[in-house]
Design a protein around this ligand. Sequence first.
Ligand SMILES: C[S@@+](CC[C@H](N)C(=O)[O-])C[C@H]1O[C@@H](n2cnc3c(N)ncnc32)[C@H](O)[C@@H]1O
Length: 267
Amino acid sequence: MQIIYQKPTLFKKSVHNIWTDPYIQQQILKKHLDLLSDEASRQQESILKIVNFILQHSTPKSRLLDLGCGPGLYTSLLADEKYTVTGIDFNKASIVYAIKERKDIKYILGDYIRNFPEGKYDTVTMIYCDMGTHPDCDRDQLLANIYHSLTDNGIFIFDVFSKEIIHDKREGKSWEYAPAGGLWHESEYLLLSQTFHYPENNVFAYQHNLILGKTIKQFIIWERYYSEEEITNILKKTGFRKIAIYKNLLGKNTFTSSHEMFIVAEK
Ligand SMILES: C[S@@+](CC[C@H](N)C(=O)[O-])C[C@H]1O[C@@H](n2cnc3c(N)ncnc32)[C@H](O)[C@@H]1O
């Protein structure tokens, strides 16, 4: 048994992943479905604002792909607006829930980095700053796949943490003892957590040691933030012609404070 406490190399992949761990994904599903919480998905009030934003910037009733769709909180609202919707996620609990809820939406249980969905879309969405969880090389491959999957003048809408997020986050250590289980495991656990900052790369890492008796499971969650200039240049390099950035779409919230940017990139 070994506790990892050193600063991980940038974008090191942990063996375990909160989205695909069979127990944790069930707990995350509960958080997604809590309409008042900003954890896992934003609270309902924000979701409605974001859906309106997507409606304003996309062609009505067109083909839309939602990357990391979770349990379908956005896809179902967009299908209600007569969009032809596909959602992909590798969290089985979320996709099983989403399929049960709606038969008129195509859901794919899969990894959009390794197996990008086939087909052409007028709009691609990716919401809750998920772009920032991927290493730069995966991000660039993903952006190229998104670009190629879009029809001419197609739109990619997503959000990222802005640089101001550094005012809210600090390097540090914390621990949680759950004698009767909790978010991370169904029975007793100790969780040792560290936050690391990589200011030269605009990245935070959240490293967790989940201690279960004699077993330790490690999780690392990565969070990349951007300046307006940097994300614009990355999108231009991919080929996107027009890029518009919207700040303060949501106002104060517990997920990003108010430090997120919504980006509309046109092919
Ligand atoms: C924070 S949740 C947001 C879900 C949804 N976009 C929302 O805002 O309600 C991120 C989602 O992305 C999914 N995800 C992360 N990486 C993924 C990948 N490589 N392939 C498929 N899904 C992924 C996770 O399983 C999770 O459901």
